[in-house]
Design a protein around this ligand. Sequence first.
Ligand SMILES: Cc1cc2nc3c(=O)[nH]c(=O)nc-3n(C[C@H](O)[C@H](O)[C@H](O)COP(=O)(O)OP(=O)(O)OC[C@H]3O[C@@H](n4cnc5c(N)ncnc54)[C@H](O)[C@@H]3O)c2cc1C
Length: 445
Amino acid sequence: MDLLRSLPDTTLLTELDALEPFRHDESHLVGHVPLGVVRPRSAAALRELVRLAKAEGFGLVPRGAGTGKAGGCVPTARTVVVDFSAWPGDLNVSSQDLALTAPASALLRDVKAAAIAEGLFYPPDPNSWESCALGGTLATNAGGPNACKYGMTRHWVLSVDALLEDGGIHTFGISSVKSNAGPALGQLLIGSEGIFGLIVGATLRLTPLPREYATLLLPVARWEDLLDLPGRLCGAGYLPSAFEFFDPAVLAELRAHGPEEARRLPGEALAILEFDERGCTSEPFLEGLLDLLGPVADGLEIASDERQRKGIWAVRRMTSAFLKERHPKKVSEDIVVPRSRLREFFAGLDRLGFPSVSYGHLGDGNLHVNLLAAGETDPALLERQLMDLFRLATSLGGTLSGEHGIGLAKRDAFLALSDPAHIQTLRALKRAMDPAGIFNPGKVI
Ligand SMILES: Cc1cc2nc3c(=O)[nH]c(=O)nc-3n(C[C@H](O)[C@H](O)[C@H](O)COP(=O)(O)OP(=O)(O)OC[C@H]3O[C@@H](n4cnc5c(N)ncnc54)[C@H](O)[C@@H]3O)c2cc1C
């Protein structure tokens, strides 16, 4: 599109070969060929882009690192991809304010490393943390294993800088945890998947870096015993900073076909637990913990140094990539149920009767239910299976997405299963914040 050539401070891609990769993210969806891909480097470029989008009637699809799993950054018809990878800005840590300022383009791994360099901690840890961009994590409200203790990205954002439909960049929030002058509009942008505006940077909340970790590999003889454990631990005053699990089916898959270290994994089912509070490696702490875990454990390993800790985590970190490589057309969901209802969920999943394997974040009930045979399943049947899965989760007080968001992939299910008043309110907000409909059209609602 020739008009895009007039944008200041912008790299423009228009060749078909160059546009092709931008039709994909890490979901199974393939988008339209965008009108172009722009990499803006200044507020002036964004202002002009918004003016052009309104005048010419094209949409703007924001993109971070493209690791999303819901098709959120996949282009819909007549859209321009706004790739934030060249957006300028430095990472600045204030240890007095316990705050870190960063541009949307910063990679999450660099954000986390900048905090660590000052003895501080930024907890959000999606398993894509080494490759995803801060802007993408803010727009999707990303969360990972640590969410069961520390919450999600939105709990760690003090202020957000965002491009709104007036073409200006506005800051919502201040560099302090206490800010209560009216409703928190910045929180509306977190998890909005780019439909209300484009995030260009943020100030994040930090906390002192944990100094101790107790990391345990917990095989269980009876899979069902694992399902009560998150609730029982919390009830007894133990809050893990991570509680990950592998069900018997995924464990069998890993043992049969996984890499060397996965072939030796013990138990009918398996969990990884980590604690990071001060004193968690002390004898009284571990004795109390082992009293709770002992009756269900089928052998138990406690990492005694950082090398062993990394070894325990390596299996969890590679699981998603391994399954994807072995079953390229699998569908991986990320439903949530309250941890008090895990048993009911898995009983319900058994009753649904379709083959699936599950792993993920047992500590907060965020379960990656994978349909490995999705590629060979009749699409209409697959859709029914997924809707049954989502209905099961929502009927237990859960939701259809705990971390990946709605994007394009779950839009129909989201619209079908949500309270109509919820959707009407979101649409009213969309009309108010984006009357011309330029921001990520066709996504979420
Ligand atoms: C192996 C693997 C493991 C993963 N594990 C997790 C996990 O544990 N937890 C989790 O939450 N997610 C996980 N994800 C999904 C994904 O990595 C996260 O959602 C991540 O936050 C996306 O970041 P990104 O920069 O790649 O965003 P993108 O994929 O580029 O974009 C994601 C969404 O955000 C919007 N967006 C991007 N940048 C901006 C911006 N600057 N302003 C406004 N909107 C914007 C896009 O339009 C899109 O809707 C995983 C993905 C993979 C491939």
